[in-house]
Design a binder for this molecule. Sequence first.
Ligand SMILES: NC(=O)c1ccc[n+]([C@@H]2O[C@H](COP(=O)([O-])OP(=O)(O)OC[C@H]3O[C@@H](n4cnc5c(N)ncnc54)[C@H](OP(=O)(O)O)[C@@H]3O)[C@@H](O)[C@H]2O)c1
Length: 265
Amino acid sequence: MSLILVTGGTGTLGRQVVPRLRDAGGEIRVLSRRAHEDADGIEYMPGDLATGEGIEAAVEGAGIILHCAGSSKGDEDKALNLARAASRAGVQHLVYISVVGADRIPVVSGVDRAMFGYFASKLAAERVVADSGLPWTTLRAAQFHDLILMVAQQMAKLPVIPVPAGIRFQPVDAGEVAARLVELALGAPAGLVPDMAGPRVYEVADLLRGYLRARRKHRLMVPVRLPGKAARAVRAGANLAPQRAVGHRTWEDFLAEREGARLAT
Ligand SMILES: NC(=O)c1ccc[n+]([C@@H]2O[C@H](COP(=O)([O-])OP(=O)(O)OC[C@H]3O[C@@H](n4cnc5c(N)ncnc54)[C@H](OP(=O)(O)O)[C@@H]3O)[C@@H](O)[C@H]2O)c1
């Protein structure tokens, strides 16, 4: 098996991808902005996809790239820097992780951009990958449980929680997404593959209630209506994939395990 470069191999998703790839027998290199000691057959290379620094060296010799690096802004530029270097290096398969609804959430106004600009930048990055001239695969996943948990933790710090009315999520387990990405990376380039979302669709208030119950907290929730076209599309379910509810682990399963681990420490 050829060398596999994982960008974002230190993130929530990437940390679940790397050991699965290693177990599949892959020789792995991880790109990170920070220095790490090589460990367990994993080579770490410093680089920044936003500036392009270190990218040429990181892609050298890689046959497959799993591009899991991302942030709330600028994913198009990161993808562009990576795809250019990958093309020059003759990479045989570029695999990208995007988000469900990237193509269905209109980001037209400043209000849309402020709240949902992430979706537009994921769509732009998808296009960079598809137009790179490299054989490619893109998977759109729904929000990970970890992200919902982080948001719930932040919101629960408030005495009264503003809850976006009519907005739902279909959270999926990052480990299950990681397993699917590994399968895709080791298979033939497949273009845009079917979406991956979790087993259930929840109102935001229900996700929060689950969290508050698990933490034995009580908070008042107040519905707020988000303005703009993007929010309207999300209220209509543009961020959901009910026909692709292929994930198994529910929000309740995730919370129970996290809470169990928290209480045990
Ligand atoms: N979280 C979700 O709910 C969700 C849902 C669908 C799709 N996705 C997509 O899945 C991917 C991973 O998400 P995640 O939640 O695992 O993210 P995360 O935990 O925030 O991790 C982000 C990763 O990106 C790397 N990174 C960020 N900026 C970089 C840069 N300029 N150069 C190099 N590396 C950079 C970070 O590496 P260092 O800090 O080590 O440099 C880190 O490993 C993203 O593309 C995201 O859009 C996420």
